[in-house]
Design a protein around this ligand. Structure first.
Ligand SMILES: Cc1cc2nc3c(=O)[nH]c(=O)nc-3n(C[C@H](O)[C@H](O)[C@H](O)COP(=O)(O)OP(=O)(O)OC[C@H]3O[C@@H](n4cnc5c(N)ncnc54)[C@H](O)[C@@H]3O)c2cc1C
Length: 394
């Protein structure tokens, strides 16, 4: 397999690189160079810059406003964005509910929702998990009952709703039939966050970010037009969306950037009178992570090529999730090792005071969660055992 890029693809890479360099607002570029944390306002600012260029949804088909990139262009584009350290856009609209609406939504829903996801006018969050329904998502208790007008009334609680405090809309799984097998009684709803009865309570994590929320539904009325597909078929749609989510969380760019930063620091930091990067033991660790990164990158490329042919993400997305999140943790462990006592500094949202150590402990704490969210890694192993290796259920 020839993995080198053609002259056209290299020209595309240069075009993307040059565009990012001139399009990134200076205050965002400063933070990107210093590994600072981006505020929600900065993420949305970058979203709008990309939207104006027509590059905000590289994976969307042209008919819905995507740029018409092929799989390799998407890969090159993503790599350049990651290498430049640009803010990561909220995935819930662009990478989760957007593709789901394209696949299972009706024409009215496509016209109503997709343009506003692209423009950034409407930001989304994900209402799947509940206090007692995470890995065992099908046991969710939030109810949706039809009222006299044929609309749905939602009652229940969601948890871990990332960035719900900034969202305009939430996609929700709720039980519409309690009398059948769990998976057969769930429906998928699009809910306006301003609906009366919907309350969001943010909470802080050890990563220092107020990223997560509890979301409460008390008699929240959802118009029947906001049901996706058919009633009680939500589990099918939910699983399709999780496929998109797991492909996304492979985090190749995050690991690549952490490794780059680690190597840069290891050139500066001395051990026994020479740069740490020249220490054979340390070099071996870096090499091991780089090999894993390359293997993951190739697997992502194969999965993108398959998506390009119109195949929905299958159980292989569990492999991307598993390997990708393990690697995110491994590379941040290396970063912390290089930093030594500098890694004891706490994170600095401006990313300007001590570029050497700032933000590393925050990232370290944050990526502990990577092996939990989007379906924990133990559950991914169960999926791989059953769906790929064909082993019997435990
Ligand atoms: C940072 C973060 C952000 C999140 N963002 C969102 C969001 O925006 N929206 C949303 O809906 N959800 C979100 N989640 C929720 C996430 O998807 C769940 O945390 C995840 O699915 C695990 O569920 P749980 O926390 O209930 O753990 P549990 O299901 O209680 O699992 C606890 C432990 O038991 C293990 N376990 C459970 N069952 C099995 C089994 N059958 N076999 C082997 N091991 C098992 C798990 O792997 C895990 O290690 C987020 C979570 C985190 C941590």
């Amino acid at each position: 397999m020839d993995m080198s890029f053609t002259p056209e693809q290299e020209a595309f890479r240069s075009e993307v690189r040059e565009w990012i360099a001139q399009a990134m607002p200076p205050h965002i570029a400063t933070k990107a160079n210093n590994d600072g944390a981006f505020s929600n306002a900065e993420v949305m600012e970058w979203h709008k810059v990309l939207a104006a260029k027509g590059w905000v949804a590289p994976h969307w088909p042209k008919e819905f406003g995507g740029p018409g990139f092929d799989a390799t262009q998407r890969f090159i584009f993503g790599q350049e964005m990651e290498l430049a350290g640009t803010p990561q856009l909220s995935p819930f609209g662009l990478s989760m509910v957007g593709p789901l609406i394209m696949q299972f939504g009706n024409d009215a829903q496509k016209q109503r929702f997709l343009p506003k996801i692209l423009s950034g006018e409407e930001v989304w969050c994900q209402g799947y998990s509940e206090p007692n329904a995470g890995s065992d998502l099908a046991s969710l208790k939030t109810r949706a009952e039809k009222n006299a007008a044929g609309n749905y009334v939602l009652n229940g609680q969601k948890t871990w709703t990332t960035y719900a405090q900034y969202a305009d809309w939430i996609f929700v799984l709720a039980r519409t039939n309690p009398d059948v097998k769990q998976q057969a009684g769930i429906s998928f709803f699009l809910v306006d966050m301003k609906t009366p009865g919907l309350t969001v309570k943010p909470f802080l994590t050890t990563g220092g970010t107020p990223a997560f929320c509890e979301t409460w539904f008390e008699n929240v009325e959802v118009p029947k037009e906001n049901l996706i597909g058919q009633e009680n078929m939500g589990w099918t749609y939910a699983k399709a969306l999780l496929g998109h989510e797991r492909t996304l969380v492979s985090g190749v760019g995050i690991s690549a950037r952490t490794l780059l930063r680690t190597k840069r620091l290891a050139k500066e930091i001395q051990k026994d009178g020479r740069p740490l990067l020249e220490d054979p033991g340390f070099r071996a660790k870096i090499a091991r992570s780089e090999i894993k990164l390359e293997a993951l990158r190739m697997t992502v490329l194969r999965s993108l090529a398959s998506a390009q042919l119109g195949h929905a993400p299958g159980p292989e997305s569990s492999i991307l999730k598993l390997r990708g999140t393990d690697l995110q943790q491994e590379t941040v462990d290396l970063l912390m090792e290089v930093l030594g006592h500098d890694s004891l500094t706490w994170f600095n949202p401006e990313g300007t005071v001590n570029p050497r150590g700032e933000s590393a402990p925050s990232i370290f704490n944050y990526v502990r969660a990577a092996t939990i969210y989007a379906g924990s890694n133990e559950i991914q192993k169960n999926i791989i055992a059953k769906m790929i290796l064909g082993l019997p259920s435990a």
